[in-house]
Unconditional design. Structure first.
Length: 71
């Protein structure tokens, strides 16, 4: 599976919807302290678990209504 774009909303420091675009090959996530690098990895980790349980590309976490959309 190749991730092309990631949309994150209401997850840790991502209060508004943010869209990240990934290129083919290796992608590097760079940023200053507390800019959301670990939040991106956490969201991808959560989505991996959800994709394993249900083969869908959108999920919501009821507690905080977080949303991650993968293409």
């Amino acid at each position: 599976m190749r991730i092309v774009t990631v949309k994150i909303a209401n997850h840790k420091c991502y209060r508004r919807t943010s869209t990240l675009h990934f290129n083919e090959g290796l992608n590097v996530i760079l940023g200053t302290n507390e800019s959301g690098k670990t939040a991106i990895l956490g969201a991808l980790s959560i989505s991996k678990s959800v994709l394993f349980l249900q083969f869908r590309f959108r999920f919501k976490i009821a507690r905080h209504t977080s949303c991650l959309h993968l293409n």
